[in-house]
Design a protein. Structure first.
Length: 263
């Protein structure tokens, strides 16, 4: 009958529409699931990576902005105990020249900004990730604290990074078109203009020189606030490189160095 035929056609249309909605819904779920694979690890999975033991264990933290606080008053650089650096270098596997820079920077900040709580092993963790303590690509640190050969990052031309046009006329990074990260702690010239430090007392602020770079990094980290608490430590390291995975990697390296140093 025509009425039944119309009803049949109506039900067929409804069923086809429902099937289409279900298909689209399933497709959306699959796309979202596939996208999630490439995201940062969840809070629960990141919580296992903790901040260095000497600065207290810490879970993951929400992202925080780059520090903007003005640098604290400068003090004379505090040198590390040579006996300690020799012993700790042997225990950790960090070259003594690099370890001396990390320790001196942390000791200096203890006097300069006693409320910060920065530990030497945090700087060592960053140095390990950024340049293998100045030995990237088979290089080495010379006695004056300069990587040989010099360490330069990729041009920050926007193809694989943020686009940062030249800010130093190529003075530090040898590139007069684009900025590049420079030296053992990979400072961008624009950042170095604000945070550059003279860690070896030669009257020059040079991001290629590890004493200068370590002291500048220490001040940069402490500008985020105290680092003796769980959240404070992660906030500071996140400010250095805005990735939770980076913070986890620094924490793992720094924890390992602290454990080896403690025997």
């Amino acid at each position: 009958m025509p009425l039944d035929a119309d009803r049949a056609r109506s039900w067929s249309s409804i069923l086809a529409a429902v099937a289409a909605v279900l298909f689209v819904g399933i497709a959306v779920v699959l796309v979202v699931s596939s996208q999630a694979v490439g995201r940062e690890r969840s809070l629960e999975s990141r919580a296992a990576a903790q901040a260095p033991a000497v600065e207290s264990n810490v879970p993951a933290l929400d992202p925080m902005p780059t520090p903007t606080a003005a640098p604290a008053p400068r003090v004379t650089v505090v040198a590390a105990d040579p006996a300690w650096t020799t012993r700790t270098a042997a225990a950790t596997g960090i070259r003594e020249r690099a370890l001396r820079a990390y320790a001196a920077a942390a000791l200096t900040l203890r006097v300069e900004q006693p409320g910060c709580g920065l530990g030497w092993n945090t700087l060592a963790g960053i140095g390990a990730i950024e340049s293998a303590h100045g030995t990237h690509s088979g290089g080495h640190l010379d006695d004056a604290g300069y990587p040989q050969p010099a360490i330069r990052g990729i041009p920050l031309d926007g193809s694989a990074s943020a686009a940062i046009a030249d800010t130093d006329g190529g003075e530090w990074d040898g590139d007069a078109i684009w900025d590049r990260a420079v030296g053992p702690l990979q400072f961008i010239p624009a950042t170095w203009q604000r945070w550059g430090a003279d860690g070896n007392g030669d009257g020059t602020n040079d991001p290629n020189q590890i004493d200068d770079a370590a002291l500048a990094a220490a001040r940069y980290l402490c500008a985020s606030g105290e680092m003796s608490s769980a959240t404070g430590w992660r906030r500071a390291v996140f400010s250095y490189n805005h990735l939770d995975s980076y913070v986890d990697d620094v924490a793992a390296a720094a924890n390992a160095y602290a454990a080896r140093a403690a025997g």
